[in-house]
Design a protein around this ligand. Structure first.
Ligand SMILES: C[S@@+](CC[C@H](N)C(=O)[O-])C[C@H]1O[C@@H](n2cnc3c(N)ncnc32)[C@H](O)[C@@H]1O
Length: 284
């Protein structure tokens, strides 16, 4: 009996050092942080190296894009996740696409630490193989040739989608806005609706013809009136919203505003001193 007790005590004593060494949750987290992957600025990436965007510029980029909780923000080449996390902190749903799997894991940990893991997610993928068409805001810090390679896909996105690029432009697609923070620049574009072509417009005075030319967000054209071509003035395309005026004198000026939806447009026309008159147009 006595021998059995001694053996039991000895057995428990052999287990003691193990149980004492078992880490608490806090110690485990500290150990995990110590072992955490440490990226280095300038490290190789699939198509571009990793260089993080500074927080002040991220704030300016998200301000230019007017990110709100109703947005779905995607960062193409998301690095350590900082843009995605900043967007999630503004209440947006945000997704980072990053080729380097270790950066993806690091981003997930960073999102957890910042308390936005529910809004910020990360996907290990190649940006050139990924469907980003559902995003309402795209952010990127890539290279000029990579921006250009993405441009056709970006221009096919829903009109009104906002694009922000740190440092690099879109060649001849001029930005709608720029932000300078210290020595860095971010560029902002709104994807324009495609409106080039001939349209039949229905307005108060019966059907008329409108022709539009377009270079990205810049539009021009003319409206037929009484057999004459009236050139469009102050023509602006902002996402799906179009506006222009026709007429040479203040009393003859008519201001058109409308919204483009594929091959149709509709809106209101205001003449000097008059009330709004509805118009529609269909592409021929
Ligand atoms: C200049 S860093 C920008 C990181 C982050 N967007 C920021 O602004 O802080 C570019 C990132 O793109 C990633 N990358 C490069 N080529 C990629 C590709 N084809 N698909 C996905 N990610 C890529 C790199 O690993 C790197 O983390």
């Amino acid at each position: 009996m006595m021998r059995k007790r001694i053996l039991a005590v000895l057995f428990i004593l052999t287990l003691l050092p193990l149980s004492m060494a078992a880490p608490t949750a806090e110690v485990a987290q500290q150990q995990q942080q110590q072992q955490q992957y440490q990226p280095s600025v300038g490290q190789a990436g699939k198509d571009v190296i990793w260089v993080p965007t500074p927080p002040e510029l991220i704030a300016a980029m998200l301000d230019m894009a007017k990110v709100t909780p109703s947005d779905y923000v995607m960062d193409l080449g998301s690095g350590d996740g900082r843009i995605v996390i900043a967007a999630a902190k503004r209440g947006a749903t945000a997704l980072g696409i990053e080729y380097n799997p270790e950066m993806v894991e690091l981003s997930k940990l960073n999102a957890q630490k910042e308390g936005v893991a529910g809004k910020a997610s990360f996907m290990q993928a190649d940006i050139f193989e990924t469907d980003f068409s559902k995003a309402t805001v795209i952010t990127m810090y890539l290279l000029p040739d990579l921006n250009l390679k993405l441009r056709p896909k970006i221009l096919e996105m829903k009109p009104g989608t906002r694009i922000v690029s740190h440092a690099f432009t879109m060649d001849d697609w001029e930005p709608d806005q720029t932000a300078n923070v210290e020595s860095r620049t971010a560029y902002f574009w709104i994807v324009p609706a495609q409106v080039a072509g001939t349209w039949t417009m229905q307005a108060a005075g019966g059907p008329t013809e409108m022709t539009l030319t377009q270079t990205y967000q810049k539009i021009d054209g003319a409206l037929k009136s009484g057999g004459k071509d009236l050139p469009l003035k102050n023509a602006v395309m902002e996402g799906a919203r179009i506006s222009f005026s026709v007429g040479d004198t203040p009393t003859a000026t008519r201001l058109y505003t409308g919204v483009v939806n594929g091959n149709t447009m509709s809106g209101a026309m205001k003449a000097a001193g008059g009330s709004d008159v509805k118009w529609t147009a269909a592409r021929r």
